[in-house]
Design a protein around this ligand. Structure first.
Ligand code: PEP
Ligand code: MN
Length: 253
């Protein structure tokens, strides 16, 4: 899964969709509704962004993953998205999770920045309990005391989640790293520990991006990463064969 952090313009999105499809991506990512830490930053194109995603899908055949931030937008986003993304900041937005139980689309649930593996599983359980069992779990790095990277990629989460659930596990090396130089090597690590997919930010001109440019790959960098990953996918572990019991109960309290 690859594409820009935010859908910014028709030109930006169509160019990116074509480039990532050619390099082997199957799903186009792009935020139309953006959860920004500052109210003064670009907030996304909203419905216009969703329409551009539909156009990119028509041009390339890529499936679409895009974020939904509010339960009141679920029906609208579900008209355009093949996969509904729940961002880290909303991992415990329970009214949104409940509503996604009946959205009729798979949900990509990103781990909260300060969420334990149990917290992530409880949020997934909330979506499932409300009727939707099509859930993809996403490890995108957590906050630790270290500030060298944007987040700390919890590589352990991948085999653990694969061992204790039946759900696909996706790794987002972009938001873990925060800098593009580290993205390919974290993607390798994700592949080797058994991730079922990757979610990677790619932009035609990252230095001009309206969000997350520092961690976005250029087209040649994405293409090189995809070629390199072929070797590592072949080495992937099968963590679902591990017999691991979670140390604490999962039930909500
Ligand atoms: C994103 O995917 O662009 C995003 C906002 O990610 P996260 O929710 O992991 O910060
Ligand atoms: Mn982003």
């Amino acid at each position: 899964m690859a594409g820009p952090c935010s859908v910014e313009s028709e030109r930006q999105l169509m160019q990116t969709a074509e480039a990532v499809a050619l390099a082997g991506a199957r799903v186009l990512r792009g935020g139309a509704f953006k959860p920004r830490s500052s109210p003064y930053s670009f907030q996304g194109l909203g419905v216009e962004g969703l329409k551009l995603l539909a156009k990119a899908q028509a041009n390339t055949g890529l499936a679409i993953v895009t974020e939904v931030m509010s339960e009141t937008d679920v029906d609208l986003v579900a008209e355009y998205a093949d996969i509904m993304q729940v961002g880290s900041r909303n991992m415990e937005h329970f009214s949104l999770l409940q509503r996604l139980g009946t959205c009729g689309r798979p949900v990509l649930l990103k781990r909260g920045m300060v969420a334990t593996i149990h917290d992530l599983l409880r949020s997934a359980e909330c979506i499932a309990a409300h009727g939707n069992r099509d859930i993809l779990l996403c490890e995108r790095g957590i906050r630790t005391f270290d500030t060298v990277t944007r987040n700390t990629f919890d590589v352990t989460a991948v085999p653990v989640l694969k061992a204790v659930t039946h759900l696909p596990v996706i790794v987002d090396p972009s938001h873990a790293a925060g800098v593009r130089e580290l993205v390919p090597i974290l993607a390798r690590a994700g592949a080797v520990v058994g991730a079922d997919g990757l979610l990677v930010e790619v932009h035609p001109d990252p230095d001009q991006a309206l969000s997350d440019g520092e961690q976005s790959l250029t087209f040649p960098q994405f293409n090189a990463m995809m070629r390199d990953l072929e070797h590592y996918v072949a080495l992937a572990a099968s963590p679902s064969r591990l017999s691991l019991a979670l140390p604490q109960r999962l039930a909500c309290d």
